[in-house]
Design a protein around this ligand. Structure first.
Ligand SMILES: [Zn+2]
Length: 327
């Protein structure tokens, strides 16, 4: 990209599009036609550097935008997250980047790569969304997971600011993308999707799209439904959306390791969304014993080896669309 004269940003024209590089791996695509009915999209990937499928998907999109194969009608900000970790094939270098948003990066040494990158990413998103204040704002933060899951593709819906409702349109889009379940979070989380949701009022999600593989080992047809929707949304192309909701799983309780002596009954490789029968003891220490209270309670992100006072898992229960506020 060539340097423009009046700023530090690199700019390039591709047909009708203006491509602006905010910093390494953060590229804004501005279509000439963006109007009042447009939506401003952020697609981020590689926030965990070894989650390669989303990086391949977004990289291919970018190549197709640059070659003119993929037409863009809606403003788009593309973010490749942890570049150094990508190069080294690691989840992160020093610390988990997806725990550093909503200003949590201030708790780390700003000279380190990851807090610096978190700040850069937040600033780019702010510049982008502030430019499109009056448009709908949507952010998909794309991941893959190490842990198995009963629903290979699922979304995490960040806890919403008071007064906000879940989006019917987005839930159906997630289903169209092939996501089988949505985990409705219950409180603050230092993730990127929470940041966009809360700070910018975007419809923002963490999408878990399947299993972590090395670059080149991803079975791309497995991501086809998601990829097609992501492309159609930014190109403004019409497509058929599902009229089903994914399974809606609400956090019922956080399991906490209260002390060193901790009897955690769930093995670390237990699949997310594994269900338990009423009465099953899941975790126990002298402060608390958690026994499943109703049939069908499920676990997410179990990890009994966390430090004392940290979260060892989330207990979820299935809710029906009429149980929650959907608009
Ligand atoms: Zn991840």
């Amino acid at each position: 990209m060539s340097k423009s004269n009046d700023s530090n940003l690199s700019e390039m024209r591709v047909g009708d599009l203006l491509m602006t590089e905010h910093s390494l791996g953060i590229i804004e695509v501005t279509p000439r036609q963006a109007g009042e009915n447009s939506t401003a999209y952020v697609y981020s990937c590689g926030i965990h550097g070894n989650e390669t499928a989303p990086i391949e998907i977004v990289n291919d999109m970018l190549a197709d935008i640059e070659s003119g194969v993929l037409k863009i009608k809606n403003p788009l900000l593309i973010i490749f997250g942890n570049i150094q970790a990508m190069r080294e094939g690691k989840r992160f270098i020093e610390n988990n980047l997806n725990r550093m948003f909503s200003r949590e990066h201030k708790k780390y040494d700003i000279e380190d790569d990851e807090p610096k990158r978190a700040k850069e990413i937040e600033e780019s998103i702010s510049v982008f969304f502030n430019k499109y204040k009056n448009l709908n704002k949507v952010h998909y933060d794309l991941h893959t997971a190490i842990r198995p899951s009963k629903y290979p593709k699922f979304a995490v819906y960040p806890s919403l600011k008071e007064g906000r409702c879940y989006s019917k349109n987005q839930l159906k889009l997630l289903s169209t993308m092939g996501l089988g379940a949505v985990l409705l979070m219950h409180k603050f989380s230092p993730t990127l999707s929470y940041y966009s949701s809360t700070t910018h009022g975007a419809e923002a999600f963490t999408l878990e799209l399947g299993k972590v593989e090395k670059f080149g080992d991803n079975i791309r047809p497995n991501f086809k439904d998601t990829e097609e929707v992501l492309r159609s949304l930014v190109s403004g192309e019409k497509f058929e959306t599902s009229n089903k909701y994914p399974k809606l799983c609400q956090v019922k309780k956080e399991l906490i390791r209260h002390e060193q002596e901790y009897d955690f009954k769930i093995s670390d490789d237990t699949a997310n969304f594994t269900e338990f029968k009423k009465g099953t003891v899941l975790a126990s220490d002298s402060v608390e014993t958690y026994k499943v209270e109703e049939d069908g309670e499920m676990i997410a992100f179990p990890n009994g080896n966390v430090k004392v006072k940290q979260r060892s898992g989330l207990i979820m229960r299935v809710v029906s669309p009429s149980d929650i506020q959907i608009v």
